[in-house]
Design a protein around this ligand. Sequence first.
Ligand code: HEM
Length: 189
Amino acid sequence: MSQALWFASRATGLVALLLLSLSLVLGIAGAARYATARWPRFTLAELHRNVSLMTVLFLAVHVSTAIIDPYPGIAWIDAVLPFVSTYHPFWLGSGAVALDLLAAVVVSSLIRTKITLKTWRVVHWAGYACWPISLVHGLGIGGRDSSLGWVISVNVICAVAVVAALVWRLGLAAHPDQQTRRAAASAGR
Ligand code: HEM
C-alpha cells in the first residue's frame, strides 16, 4: 500500500510539474498577446485557466498521497509551513513554498474582481517564482530516482519550454499596446 502511495505521489508530482510548466507557457503567450486564427486569445486564456486548474488537482493528489503514506511521516502542516518537516526539511520545504505561492496565485485569481489589477498582477508574478522552486523541489527530493533518464527528460522538457517562452516573450513579443497596458496597470485599474 505504502509503495502504491509513493508511486502515486511521484507520478502526480511529475504530471503537476508538466502542467505547471504548460500553464506558465500559456500565461506567457497570453501576456505577449499571442493570437492566430486557430488560436484566438480567448482560447488561449481558457486553456491557461483549465491547465492551471488541472495543476491544482494533480497537486492535491501529489500532496495528499505524500502525507497519507506512513513511511516518510509527513504532516499536513509540513505541506504549507516551509522547512519544519523532519523528512528532507529543505527539499520538502521548497515544495511547501511553491505550494503557498501557487495558492496565492489561485486565490487572487478567484477574487480577481474584488482587487485591483495591479495587486492581482503582482501576486500573479509569484507564479514565475513557483516554477523554478518546484523544479528544485522535485530534483532535490527525488534523490537517486531524479537521475533516471526519463525523469531528467521530463525536467529538461519543462525547463526548455519555459525558458524558450520567456526568451521569446522578452525578445520578440513586444506588442504595440504594451504602453497602454502598462499605463492602465500603474493607474491600478
Ligand atoms: C507546486 C508544488 C509542487 C510541485 C510542482 C511538486 C512536484 C514534485 C516532483 C516533480 C517530484 C519528483 C517526482 C520524481 O522525481 O519522481 C516531487 C516529489 C515529492 N514531493 Fe512534490 N511538488 C510540489 C509540492 C509538494 C508539497 C507541498 C509536498 C508536501 C507534502 C510535496 C511532497 C513531495 C514528496 C514527499 C516527494 C518525493 C516522493 C518520494 O520520493 O518519496 N511536494 N514533487
